[in-house]
Ligand binder design. Structure first.
Ligand code: ADP
Ligand code: ASP
Ligand code: MG
Length: 817
C-alpha cells in the first residue's frame, strides 16, 4: 500500500493532470494498492485567502470567484468526455454556490473568524478532490472522492489544528476497509474538530495528510509528488546551482523544511518517522527521476552539509536586562506566554551571561509578541530589571543542515567566512545542540546572496561563479574580455570557475545582464544598449544586484573611477585594476583604500600597476609576508624607455628612435608622457608604498632624460624639432656609453625609503645590461637574496600581457579559491 500525494502544481493544469493519470496508471499496472491525496489547484488557496480577507473588510472581487470556478471547469472540459461532464460540473457548481454564500456572509458581517476562514479555504481541496476523482474515474476507473474532514479529527486550533491521531487512524483504517476496491482521492490539508467544524492543518498541510494516512494504514511508502526533482540542496528558485539530494534522514528533512524548504511540510515527518515509513519526494513532470528518499538513517555524502534553507519575514525581539541574571524560570515564563498565544518562536539565542535573550519571530507576530512581553513583565521593566523590549525587522534566516556536520570541524568557519567575505552581517546565531543545523539571522535583502555564497562554499565540486562588473573596453579592456571568452571553457573544466560578466561600461554606454553578458557579442550589445554610461549609476546598480563573489574590474586609466573604490570595498566587492591612479595619488588616499579593503576582508588586486603582467607586486608581497626584508629595489619599469635606449645605437639619432617607438605604438600620443619619467615614478611609488614607506610623488628624485627645451616645447611637433636641435646632447651620451663599453639605462632605485630615477651607464657585469626590446626588469636585494638578488624580467607593456595580468588577478580573488 502506498500513499501518493499530488501538490498544487501537479493538479494545476490539464497537462499536469495528464501526467498524474499516467503515474497512477503505472501503479495500477504493477498492481500496487494506492490512495491519492490532493492539494488545491496551485494558487487557489492563496486566492481563497485573499477572497476571505477582502470579504471581511467589506467587498470581495467577483472576478476572483469566477477565476476559481474557471480553473476547475477548464480541466473538466479538457479531460472529461462531453457526455460525462454535466454531473461533475453540477457538483462543482454547487460547491461554488456554497462558497459564494459564505463569502457574502462574511461580507455582511465584516468578520472573519479563524473557523470561517478554514471553512472557506477547505473549498480548494474539496473541489480538487472531486475533480481529480472524476478524472481518475474516466481514465483509470472506479474512483471516489473523499473529504478528509469526515475522517481526520483535530482539536479546535483553527488554521493549524493538532491531529488526534488515535481516533483519526481508526477512521482512516475503516475508510480503507470500506472502500478497498476503490481508487480513493482524499482532500489534503483539511480535517474537522469533534463538533464537525472544518479545520486546516497549516499551509502546505496536504503533505501531512498523506503521512497521516500512510501511518494509519502502515503504508510501505509515502510519495510526495511535486514540481521539482525532490528535495534539493537549496531552493532552486534562488540558487540555480541547487541539485537534488538522493536521500535524507527524517531529522534532516525536518530541519530543512522547518527553516523554509517548502517542498515538504515539517510535521509530515513525524507520523512517518514513528513507523519508519520512507517518504519519497518525486517530480510529477519528470516521473522517471529518482527523487529524494527520506528515511531513518542519514546516508553519508561527500559534503559536510546536506542543504541550505532560508526563511524571510523574520523579526528579532531582544530582551535584555540585569534582572534576567540568575532569574529562575524567566525563560520558561517567557516561552509559555508566547506559546499560549500561538506565537511561534523560530529561533532562540541566549547570551552566556544570561543578560539577554533574543527571539526570532515571524514579522506578522512581532508586535503582538512585544506587547505581550511588555504586559507580562511590566513590573520588571518599571523596576529597570528589564530594558525596554527592542525589535529589529526586515530580517531573514539561513540555515545549513546535515547530520554529518556533527563529525566535522570547520563547518561553521566555512559558513561565516562565506558570509563575511560577501559583506553579510550576521545578527544572531543559533546552533541546535544536536548539531544538525546552524542558523543565522541576516538582513532579508541579503538572503539570496547568502544562499548562493554559502552554496558555493559548501558544494565545492560545482563551478564557483564570479560575478564581474567591468568598466573600460579600450585596448586592455577589450583584450581582457576576449581572453575571458577564450578561457571560459578551460576555467570551467579545470578550475571549476564560471565567470559571469554582469555589468559592462565604456565612456558612452553601459549594460547589465544578471545571467551573464554574451562574451562573444559584447561589443554589439554594448553599442546597442539603451543605457547611457553613468558611473555612479553603474556602481549603484552593481551594489543593488547584491551578488556573491562579486568583482569590480577597472580597465581604464581614468582618474574618476578610483573615487568609487572605497564605497565598492564597503559593499564587500573586490576590485581588480590596471589603473595606477588610485595607488599613486596621495599617500593618504592609498592608505585609506588599503585599510578599507582589509577592514571588509575583500581583495584589492593591482598586479598590472607595475610591469604589466609580470609578477612584481605579488613577489614583493610574498617576500614581505614570509618575513624577508627588502634592502633595495632596482628597476627598469618603462617599456617605452627600454625600447628607445635598446635601439639608440649606431647611426640612429635619438629623434628617429623616439619617432619609431611612437609609430610602433609604444608611446603615449605625446611621447613626453613616457620620457618625463612620470609613469615610471608612479610605479616606483607604488612599490615603495607596498614596501611600507609613507612616501609622496614629490619626494621622488627624477633625473629627466630630456633637456629643458624638449620638455617645454609647446606641441608634439615642436618637441620633435627640439629633439633634433638637442641632437648633440643625446649623441654625447651615446658616445660616452660606446667608449666605456656600456649601455644606457633609465633606472629607478628604492633604498632606505628613498626613490631616485636616473640615467645610468651600465657595463656587462650589471644585471640590467642585457635587456632587450621593451622588457622591464626588477631586482630585489633582500636579507635572503643578498649575494644574488631575485630578478624578474620580461615584457612589461602591451595589451595582451596587461590584460592577462588583470585576468590572473581576477581568478586569484581569494573568495573563489
Ligand atoms: P506543492 O504544491 O507540490 O506542495 P510546494 O510549492 O509546496 O509544492 O513545494 C515545492 C516548491 O518548494 C518548489 O517549487 C521549490 O521552489 C520550493 N523549495 C524550497 N526549498 C526547496 C528545496 N530545498 N528543494 C526543493 N524545492 C524547494
Ligand atoms: N492547499 C494548501 C496550501 O496551499 C495545502 C497544500 O497545498 O499542501 O497551503
Ligand atoms: Mg506543498
Amino acid at each position: 500500500m502506498k500513499v501518493l500525494k499530488f501538490g498544487g502544481t501537479s493538479v494545476g493544469s490539464v497537462e499536469s493532470i495528464r501526467a498524474v493519470v499516467e503515474i497512477v496508471k503505472q501503479e495500477r499496472q504493477q498492481n500496487n494498492s494506492i490512495i491519492l491525496v490532493v492539494s488545491a489547484i496551485s494558487g487557489l488557496t492563496n486566492l481563497l485567502t485573499k477572497l476571505s480577507e477582502e470579504a471581511s473588510s467589506g467587498s470581495f472581487d467577483e472576478n476572483d470567484l469566477k477565476l476559481f470556478q474557471e480553473k476547475h471547469f477548464e480541466i473538466v472540459k479538457a479531460l472529461i468526455d462531453v457526455p460525462n461532464q454535466n454531473p461533475i460540473l453540477t457538483k462543482l457548481k454547487l460547491l461554488m454556490n456554497e462558497l459564494e454564500a459564505l463569502l457574502e456572509g462574511v461580507e455582511i458581517l465584516k468578520e472573519l473568524s479563524p473557523q470561517t476562514k478554514d471553512l472557506i479555504l477547505s473549498f480548494g481541496e474539496r473541489c480538487s478532490a472531486l475533480l481529480i476523482a472524476k478524472v481518475m474515474q474516466e481514465h483509470v476507473g472506479n474512483s471516489l472522492a473523499i473529504n478528509a474532514s469526515d475522517y481526520i479529527l483535530t482539536d479546535h486550533n483553527f488554521g493549524q489544528a493538532n491531529v488526534i491521531e488515535e481516533k483519526s487512524f481508526q477512521n482512516i483504517q475503516q475508510l480503507a476497509k470500506d472502500y478497498s476496491d476503490k481508487l480513493l482521492v482524499v482532500t489534503g490539508f483539511i480535517a474537522a474538530n469533534e463538533e464537525g467544524r472544518v479545520t486546516t492543518l497549516g499551509r502546505g498541510g496536504s503533505d501531512y495528510t498523506a503521512a497521516l494516512i500512510g501511518a494509519a494504514l502502515h503504508a510501505e511508502q509515502i510519495e510526495i509528488w511535486t514540481d521539482v526533482n525532490g528535495m534539493m540542496t537549496a531552493d532552486p528558485r534562488f540558487v540555480n546551482k541547487a541539485f537534488s539530494l538522493e536521500n535524507l534522514s527524517y531529522t534532516e528533512a525536518m530541519e530543512l523544511s522547518y527553516f523554509g524548504a517548502k517542498v515538504i511540510y515539517p510535521p509530515t515527518m513525524a507520523p512517518a518517522f514513528k513507523l519508519r515509513i520512507p517518504i519519497l519526494i518525486k517530480n510529477t513532470f519528470q516521473p522517471d527521476f529518482e527523487g529524494t528518499k527520506i528515511q531513518f538513517d542519514s546516508q553519508p555524502t561527500d559534503y559536510p552539509i546536506k542543504g541550505i534553507s532560508s526563511i524571510k519575514d523574520i523579526a528579532l525581539v531582544n530582551i535584555k536586562g540585569s534582572g534576567l541574571v540568575g532569574k529562575l524560570g524567566f525563560s520558561g515564563k517567557l516561552f509559555s506566554l508566547l506559546a499560549q498565544h500561538h506565537i511561534n518562536i523560530v529561533l532562540i539565542t541566549q547570551s552566556s551571561s544570561e543578560h539577554s535573550i533574543t527571539l526570532a519571530i515571524h514579522h506578522n507576530e512581532v508586535e503582538k509578541a512585544k506587547q505581550l512581553i511588555e504586559e507580562e513583565f511590566c513590573l520588571e521593566i518599571a523596576a529597570k530589571w528589564l530594558e525596554p523590549i527592542e525589535i529589529e525587522e526586515n530580517l531573514g534566516i539561513i540555515a545549513i543542515v546535515g547530520e554529518n556536520m556533527k563529525k566535522m570541524v570547520g563547518v561553521s568557519g566555512k559558513l561565516f567566512y562565506a558570509l563575511g567575505r560577501n559583506g553579510i552581517n550576521v545578527r544572531a546565531i543559533a546552533q541546535g545542540s544536536s548539531e544538525y543545523n546552524i542558523s543565522v539571522v541576516i538582513n532579508e535583502n541579503d538572503l539570496s546572496k547568502a544562499l548562493n555564497a554559502v552554496h558555493d562554499a559548501f558544494f565545492n565540486h560545482l563551478k564557483k561563479t564570479i560575478h564581474v562588473f567591468n568598466v573600460g573596453v579600450g585596448n586592455i579592456g577589450s583584450t581582457f574580455l576576449n581572453q575571458l571568452e577564450k578561457q571560459k571553457d578551460f576555467l570551467a573544466k579545470n578550475n571549476d570557475i564560471e565567470i559571469k560578466l554582469v555589468g559592462l561600461s565604456n565612456s558612452k554606454k553601459m549594460m547589465f545582464d544578471e545571467n551573464g553578458i554574451n562574451l562573444s557579442n559584447w561589443k554589439n550589445e554594448l553599442e546597442n544598449s539603451s543605457s547611457p554610461a553613468d558611473l555612479n549609476e553603474f556602481i549603484q546598480k552593481m551594489k543593488q544586484y547584491n551578488l556573491p563573489n562579486c568583482v569590480f574590474v577597472d580597465n581604464t586609466a581614468s582618474s574618476d573611477l578610483p573615487n568609487y573604490y572605497k564605497q565598492i570595498f564597503e559593499s564587500s566587492i573586490s576590485v581588480v585594476t590596471c589603473n595606477k591612479i588610485a595607488n599613486s595619488s596621495s599617500y593618504q588616499e592609498y592608505k585609506k583604500l588599503k585599510e578599507t579593503a582589509r577592514k571588509y576582508g575583500i581583495d584589492f588586486l593591482y598586479e598590472t600597476n607595475v610591469g604589466a603582467g609580470l609578477p612584481i607586486i605579488s613577489v614583493l608581497k610574498d617576500l614581505r609576508m614570509s618575513g624577508d626584508q627588502i634592502l633595495k629595489i632596482e628597476a627598469i619599469l618603462s617599456g617605452t624607455i627600454s625600447y628607445i635606449f635598446n635601439h639608440f645605437k649606431g647611426e640612429n639619432t635619438f629623434a628617429e628612435i623616439v619617432k619609431k617607438a611612437q609609430e610602433l605604438g609604444y608611446t603615449e600620443p605625446d611621447p613626453r608622457d613616457d620620457l618625463s619619467g612620470i609613469d615610471f615614478m608612479r610605479k616606483m611609488l607604488i612599490l615603495a608604498r607596498d614596501n611600507g614607506y609613507e612616501i609622496e610623488a614629490g619626494d621622488v628624485k627624477i633625473d629627466s632624460i630630456l633637456p629643458k627645451s624638449c620638455l617645454e616645447a609647446a606641441t608634439v611637433e615642436d618637441f620633435y624639432q627640439e629633439l633634433v636641435n638637442e641632437n648633440d646632447y643625446f649623441e654625447k651620451i651615446k658616445h660616452q656609453a660606446d667608449e666605456e663599453q656600456k649601455v644606457i639605462r633609465y633606472i629607478g632605485i628604492l633604498e632606505d625609503g628613498k626613490i631616485s630615477i636616473s640615467l645610468e651607464l651600465v657595463d656587462n657585469q650589471h644585471p640590467f645590461y642585457a635587456l632587450s626590446g621593451s622588457d622591464n626588469i626588477i631586482s630585489f636585494t633582500t636579507a635572503r637574496y643578498k649575494e644574488r638578488p631575485l630578478v624578474v624580467k620580461g615584457p612589461g607593456a602591451g595589451a595582451e600581457v596587461t590584460a592577462a595580468g588583470v585576468f590572473a588577478d581576477l581568478v586569484n580573488i581569494s573568495s573563489i579559491r
